[in-house]
Design a protein around this ligand. Structure first.
Ligand SMILES: Cc1cc2nc3c(=O)[nH]c(=O)nc-3n(C[C@H](O)[C@H](O)[C@H](O)COP(=O)(O)OP(=O)(O)OC[C@H]3O[C@@H](n4cnc5c(N)ncnc54)[C@H](O)[C@@H]3O)c2cc1C
Length: 297
């Protein structure tokens, strides 16, 4: 048997595991590499994940997806892929001191949240005092006091979105930069309070507390909007196109600007959601299978 795999999947979050499961069920030789930093592992309980009416924790969901991939013979290697290069018609990846070749590569490397610098961050996320994704869980924040914290120009639309869920939404800017009359007018029109830049942020075990000129103010829920860092460096290093935020640009089959190199999930310029990542995965895996041609029994 050739030592060239059909496909290497980089990333073992919801996107990568789904892609690998599809490829294994297309009877392709596939391997997953994962270095264990999935965003899904931060989810205390997802309530918009299809098929889980009572909600599901991120760890449980990942375990189910790993079990499903393993059931169809997918190998997952706990290692970081450190380089990706074109190699003839295919690709060569490097992990540790080893190299591996594949005809196609699917990148499902996700992105990294820029979290606020606060003691007890994990506990705050776990109890829902800090939430990272309004689309995911603003429904659970209905009628609470909500703070959106980040640069005003990047945070205003998030704050307005949250007015669907609460009449008590404040934009707490992380800097005075970007606050102009337009932003002030838009927020005022939509009933979003604009606070001064706070001097500190802490977590009291239940709520997040900002300090403004020596005055403390607690919010039930804090949505940081400090940014996301796309883990797109492998693809960008190989020459793939990305948007101004560093997220990868793909075609309708999830292929990047490099033939045979695919990208799915949060690393792609799209909505960052589990169902989007798994949908991308189905599209990319099917295109990889069709591209590779016959593998008749
Ligand atoms: C607190 C929180 C709550 C959320 N709640 C919800 C929710 O309720 N519903 C919802 O739909 N979404 C939710 N999300 C978003 C959801 O977690 C992501 O959309 C989803 O995890 C994206 O899946 P992915 O496979 O693209 O990336 P990820 O899950 O981030 O997985 C990427 C994987 O690739 C690995 N990786 C990266 N680079 C390399 C490399 N070079 N070599 C090897 N491995 C690598 C990473 O370590 C990671 O394991 C939430 C996110 C957060 C942070």
């Amino acid at each position: 048997m050739s030592d060239v795999l059909d496909c290497i999947v980089v990333g073992g979050g919801p996107g990568g595991l789904t892609a690998a499961t599809y490829l294994a069920r297309y009877r392709r030789r596939v391997r997953v590499f994962d270095n264990g930093l999935t965003r899904a592992g931060w989810i205390p309980r997802s309530r918009n994940c299809p098929g889980f009416p009572q909600g599901v924790g991120g760890d449980e969901l990942l375990q189910r997806m790993r079990d499903q991939a393993r059931k169809f013979g997918v190998d997952t290697i706990a290692a970081e892929v450190t380089a990706l290069h074109r190699d003839g018609d295919g690709f060569l990846i490097r992990h540790g001191d080893d190299e591996l070749r594949a005809r196609c590569v699917i990148l499902a490397t996700g992105c990294e949240d820029v979290a606020p610098d606060v003691d007890g961050l994990d506990q705050a996320i776990d109890c829902g005092a800090i939430r990272m994704c309004p689309i995911c869980d603003a429904f659970e924040a209905i009628d609470t006091t909500i703070a959106v914290h980040g640069p005003a120009d990047k945070s205003a639309s998030h704050a307005r979105f949250l007015r669907t869920y609460s009449s008590n939404v404040a934009l707490v800017p992380s800097t005075t930069d970007g606050i102009d009359d337009n932003i002030r007018a838009g927020l005022a029109r939509d009933g979003v309070e604009l606070t001064p830049v706070p001097s500190s942020l802490s977590f009291d075990g239940q709520r997040c507390v900002f300090e403004f000129d020596g005055r403390a103010r607690a919010f039930d829920v804090l949505y940081p909007t400090l940014g996301l860092i796309s883990r797109s460096s492998l693809a960008v290093g190989a020459g793939a196109d990305c948007d101004e935020e560093g997220a990868l640009i793909v075609d309708a089959h999830q292929m990047t600007s490099i033939e045979g190199l695919y990208a799915i999930g949060d690393v792609v310029s799209a909505l960052n959601q589990i169902s989007v990542a798994t949908g991308h995965a189905a599209i990319a895996a099917t295109d990889v299978h069709n591209r590779l041609g016959a593998n008749f029994a």
